[in-house]
Design a protein around this ligand. Sequence first.
Ligand code: ADE
Length: 229
Amino acid sequence: FQTIGVMGAMAEEIAPILKKFPTHTSENIGNNTYYHLQLEGLNIVLAYSKIGKVHAATTASTLILHHKVQALIFSGVAGGLAPNLAINDLLLATKLCQADIDLTSFNHPLGFIPESSVFVESDPQLNALAKSVAQNLNLPLKEGIIATCDQFVSDLKRKQTFVQHFGASVVEMEGASLGFVCRDFNIPFCVLRSVSDTADGTAPADFDAFLHQSAQISADFVYAMLWAL
Ligand code: ADE
């Protein structure tokens, strides 16, 4: 790749990457700041979208259509749903869905939109790169399905719905959004998420306590991936 997009949802999620590039330029488009970074011959455009599916779609579209990124990597935190996921564990998305899309009144499965699909699959080559980077660094990297929805999940019932309907391992608020944008424009993407909470009753407090630490874990990993591109 010549130019690659890296995005997070919150300032905290991209800050550890931005810190690695003390010299950079930036520009504002559509109420977001895009940072231009150089890593040897690679151009990187880094941005955080703000929280949620709408903002993630705007940022992903701007990265693709305006900045002409040829691939997109997302770095951030997520709520753990699967029992094998603990706070700070790192997960690579195999496929992602919009868990709050509900056209079941018209007999569509939960998460399904006509002319689209329940799931969008991340890029096998970027995923293979992530797995080889993890192996080289001797870092445990889990894989699983991501449920994306415009809600911060902090109760057991909603957790269970996402596991039952989608087989999701984590829940977050942007992944499927940029995934579907990338699929529409034929841009390979992958999503890395470190667990900041387990989407239960203590999730809001855990999120506040672990946001920086888990964002750093994901960002450090994505930074290592950039060197391996
Ligand atoms: N991101 C991090 N934790 C989350 C949660 N519990 N629900 C939605 N998005 C999240």
